[in-house]
Design a protein around this ligand. Structure first.
Ligand code: CUA
Length: 263
């Protein structure tokens, strides 16, 4: 059978096209590592969100190494938390669920996008190689203020990422001559140990305490304050741990001053 050269050329060209299409589709499906959201995240009763181990306190959790988990609750018309911070060079698994109606969790300018359906947990793992700021928005119509539903995702340089928390328990008023204590609770949000220094400044005194907190734990640092040395009056204090700071005022009163003292 004699096939015309021209027809042969077209045959070959159309075969190549078919192979090319299949290759493109295959690459698009598996090549860049893009995955569809499936049912891996499991299901959840929306009424149980407040008691759920992941979603009752949504936010970022360090799993270990460079791995993190982020739990997000979508509801009309906000995300909880509204701002998410993770470090660069991390692998982050997001778990997103809805408290009410169907929303979406769409990270603008990336291929991160999932519907968020009440009763379902959408799970996706993303690698962040570089730092950057992204907007999060809802692209499923969810009611009157759908257009205002937004959040923020900040990928910060590794050395700026910080999961340390500080809270301070201090009396407001103490009688002159009495000892009192200002307690700083330092919580280490990472699974790795944290070595740091807690500093109390009060009056013209500065007290420093080194503290080591084991991974995912917390430590109380107690600062004894000598009211006799401070003298009567209001004294501003500041507790500092790394970039965290909390301050207040301690009033030292003389028992005889106010008339209501019963020392
Ligand atoms: Cu939530 Cu639109």
């Amino acid at each position: 059978m004699n096939i015309h050269t021209y027809e042969k050329a077209w045959l070959v060209a159309s075969m190549l096209l078919i192979v090319g299409f299949i290759a493109t589709i295959t690459y698009g499906a598996v090549g860049p590592g893009i995955a569809m959201i499936d049912d891996d995240g499991g299901s959840i009763n929306p009424d149980d969100i407040n008691d759920h181990e992941k979603f009752s306190e949504p936010g970022v959790t360090h799993v270990g190494g460079n791995e993190y988990e982020v739990a997000v609750v979508a509801q009309a018309w906000a995300y909880m938390p509204s701002e998410i911070e993770v470090p660069a060079n991390s692998e982050v698994t997001f778990y997103v669920t809805s408290r009410d109606v169907t929303h979406s969790f769409t990270v603008v300018g990336t291929n991160m996008n999932t519907m968020v359906i009440p009763g379902q947990v959408s799970q996706m793992t993303v690698e962040f190689d570089e730092s950057g700021e992204y907007g999060i928005l809802c692209n499923e119509y969810c009611g009157e203020y759908h257009h205002t539903m937004e959040g923020k995702l900040n990928v910060v340089p590794e050395d700026e990422f910080d999961m340390t928390e500080l809270s301070v328990d201090a009396p407001r008023e103490v009688q002159a001559g009495n000892e009192t204590t200002i307690t700083a609770t330092v919580t280490d949000g990472m699974q790795t140990d944290l070595e740091t220094t807690a500093t109390l400044e009060i009056g013209d005194r500065t007290i420093e305490r080194d503290v080591t907190i084991s991974g995912a734990g917390s430590e109380d640092v107690e600062f004894a304050v000598d009211t006799a040395e401070l003298g009567a009056g209001d004294h501003d204090w500041t507790v500092t741990v790394d970039d965290h700071e909390e301050s207040g005022t301690l009033s030292v009163v003389n028992a005889t001053d106010g008339g209501d003292g019963d020392a």
